[in-house]
Design a protein. Structure first.
Length: 431
């Protein structure tokens, strides 16, 4: 007679208890099998600029290239920084129009399919009084360090007393901001920029490198050429060739051999947003200039001035964040001449850093060569605006992920083992 195989009752109970324990454990692990947007697409440092009584501009950057749209006032706004809606970008810029004056609006960014509600709400300006002022435009060009036209670049202007202003740089490197449409910080009326006031210009590129320049409202039409990574305007206008998308700087007019030793870049105590700056200056024609940068690591070099008395030199490797000193030495007519400049290399940070007016300030980020930006040092006696850092709203609560499917399977398996154990027990009792 064939002996029937049986599962002992005690073993069945152990399997049951074990199955229930494993099911509860797995359920508490918050397992989620649904794909979700990468954290690299979280909006970083959203900015509210160009506020009027019927429009506003919104912008932010992301760690990775992402698809993005803006939801506001029942409108879906596409990212102006890309040529096609299917293109991804680290720079995200939205122009919103057809709004009502003195009205609050909720809005959210949708990046790679995930929604990021923003807080606080946007409030448009009051309808201004009086007639529209005469035309007033700020415009200029932005170039890469290779003198190519910059694209996918955002530019921000902070004028004391005005609400924050911004523009998206076109693929040809051009930008413009209508100052006639600017509002004061309280957003109660139009702002009339004074003719001779210091302003701050901050440029953020696709890699989140930021360039901050101290400017003047008297130079807004046009603003001198800006070269990314340089904390001052180009000394000479860039001659640009639209066909090749490249430019060049005209030669400096010849100088006399008695040109004095000087360091033009950096200025004394100037903060630099690049870890490998290009130092340049002047000196006696065809003379050897000894360069030393005093850092935790001392860098030394030697250059010969050009026929126009100019010279330039860069350190062989990146400088560490903090204060440094550059010294230039030349021997002229048997006399040693030395000149020094202190400067600050701004610390790297993963956040966006650029200045905005006080109406947009929530934190003080730090500008760097790798998409962060906000200098920690004031370049001019004016108030340096700081970029604000916003976080997605969590008013709806943080959802807890989880999946009960494994628990149901284990419970069914346990029930099956119980039934089998009871059946085996009945047969044992009968026998």
């Amino acid at each position: 007679m064939i002996k029937e195989k049986k599962i002992p009752t005690i073993l069945g109970l152990f399997i049951l208890i074990g199955g229930l324990f494993v099911g509860v454990l797995l359920n508490n692990k918050n397992t989620n099998f649904i794909s979700k947007a990468s954290s690299d697409c979280v909006p970083q440092n959203p900015q509210i600029t160009n506020i009027t009584d019927n429009s506003v501009a919104l912008s932010f950057v992301t760690e990775s290239s992402c698809l993005s749209t803006l939801l506001i006032n029942n409108q879906i706004i596409n990212n102006s920084a890309v040529l096609a809606n299917s293109q991804k970008s680290k720079i995200h810029y939205f122009d919103v129009t057809n709004l009502s004056d003195n009205t609050q609006y909720e809005y959210s960014f949708v990046n790679d399919g995930k929604s990021y509600p923003q807080s606080p709400k946007i409030k448009t300006a009051e309808k201004p009084n009086g007639s529209i002022p005469s035309s007033n435009l700020a415009w200029g060009r932005v170039f890469t360090p290779e003198l190519k036209s910059a694209s996918k670049v955002m530019l921000f202007i902070n004028i004391p007393g005005a609400a924050p202003l911004s523009a998206l740089v076109t693929t040809s490197g051009n930008w413009n901001i209508s100052l006639v449409n600017s509002f004061n910080e309280s957003k109660t009326n139009r702002f009339n920029p004074p003719q001779d006031t210091v302003e701050e210009i901050i440029v953020i590129d696709q890699e989140k490198q930021t360039t901050q320049i101290s400017a003047n409202t008297s130079q807004n039409n046009p603003v001198p050429d800006i070269i990314l990574g340089q904390n001052q305007f180009s000394l000479l206008p860039v001659t640009f060739n639209a066909e090749t998308n490249t430019g060049f700087l005209p030669s400096i007019s010849p100088v006399q051999s008695s040109k004095e030793l000087d360091i033009l870049n950096p200025k004394d105590n100037e903060p630099l947003s690049t870890k490998k700056p290009d130092f340049f200056g002047t000196g006696p024609i065809n003379s050897k200039i000894k360069i030393e940068v005093h850092s935790p690591t001392v860098y030394k070099g030697e250059v010969t001035t050009q026929s126009d008395g100019s010279w330039n030199w860069s350190p062989p490797s990146d400088l560490t964040p903090g204060e440094h000193t550059i010294t230039a030495t030349v021997i002229e007519n048997g006399v040693e001449k030395i000149i020094s400049r202190k400067f600050i290399v701004l610390a790297a940070d993963n956040s966006l850093a650029y200045s905005a007016s006080s109406s947009a300030i929530t934190s003080t980020p730090t500008p760097t060569t790798t998409p962060t930006l906000t200098p920690t040092k004031i370049i001019t006696p004016t108030v340096i605006p700081t970029i604000r850092t916003s976080k997605p709203s969590t008013s709806s609560g943080v959802p807890t992920t989880g999946n009960s499917f494994p628990t149901f399977i284990l419970i069914l398996t346990a029930i099956s083992f119980i039934s089998l154990s009871l059946f085996s027990l009945r047969k044992v009792i009968k026998n």
